[in-house]
Design a protein around this ligand. Structure first.
Ligand SMILES: [Zn+2]
Length: 284
């Protein structure tokens, strides 16, 4: 069992800025932590996300040869399936969808299953996180035909192992029971979303859906306390930087061994830093 400790770093009146990076407003709509829902549609960016065919990853069961996922998401999915020894038992049912594909799926669901069912399980075109390449629908491999919209993904066996291990590889079950008022979508045991670590573990630990996490993370700014997560000796801290309405946003970075920046698809950037100075991370 992995040991995770989460705490807030102490407030610091003055932090040492070791480096600054500057990002344009477009970058708010790029990264692994994009929040996509009915209120926050997918925004087109200059370059499409880097996509890779699932079938080419080797060893994964996939419903069709054309299914693609964002490259890091696919790599982590393959690692997760390997870790829980489920390469033969879990099928990738759906991945990246273009606007046209989401439109066709939405219209097909309205026609075949009616508006009530569709509103519960199919996002409006332009508002599906499948359009980012970061969402994947998985199903239990079975003899009969898999349900494309709602594949079976039960709470036992390899599927349960996948669910329990997903956060370590950066995945969250995006639509959980009891969160529909926030997510707009009913419980979907089969829909996983790549957000990366340590974010997935933090969300799991607090029982947050992505909407709650993105809201909460705004409390942590560079000049204040940071969200910190220690996992098996790896320490990561997280803070938020609001994007400038116009021009470039300056993102301050502390002395660290590595960092990642992701837009939130709404109004700012989430910065994850690794290997920060011990002084910076005294719990309170
Ligand atoms: Zn899905």
């Amino acid at each position: 069992m992995e040991r995770i400790t989460a705490q807030f770093t102490s407030n610091k009146a003055e932090r040492l800025v070791a480096a600054t990076i500057r990002l344009g407003r477009d970058e708010v709509h790029r990264g692994h932590l994009l929040l996509v829902n009915a209120m926050h549609p997918v925004r087109s960016v200059k370059e499409p996300a880097a996509l890779s065919p699932v079938a080419a990853a080797g060893g994964l069961q996939v419903l069709g040869p054309a299914i693609e996922l964002e490259t890091v998401c696919l790599r982590q999915l393959a690692a997760l399936l390997t870790a829980v020894q489920a390469l033969d038992d879990i099928v990738v049912v759906s991945g990246y969808r273009s606007q046209e594909e989401q439109q066709a799926i939405y219209e097909g669901s309205i026609r075949d299953s009616g508006p009530e069912y569709t509103a519960s399980y199919v996002a409006l075109p332009g508002r599906s996180e499948h359009q980012t390449g970061l969402a994947v629908d998985v199903g239990e491999r079975q003899a009969g035909e898999l349900d494309f919209i709602a594949p079976s993904f039960p709470d036992h066996g390899k599927c349960l192992a996948f669910k329990e291990t997903a956060a370590r590889y950066g995945f969250i079950q995006r639509y959980q029971e009891g969160k529909r008022a926030l997510t707009g979508i009913a419980c979907e045991p089969w829909h996983y979303r790549y957000v990366g670590t340590p974010h997935a573990q933090w969300m799991e630990r607090l029982g947050y859906c992505l909407e709650e996490y993105m809201d909460d993370v705004k409390r942590f700014e560079f000049a204040g306390g940071w969200l910190q997560l220690d996992r098996e000796g790896t320490r990561a801290a997280v803070y938020y930087v609001r994007a400038e309405e116009r021009g470039l946003t300056e993102i301050p970075l502390p002395v660290c061994e590595g960092y990642q920046v992701s837009g939130n698809n709404v109004d700012g950037f989430i910065v994850t830093v690794y290997g920060i100075d011990d002084d910076e991370t005294k719990g309170r």
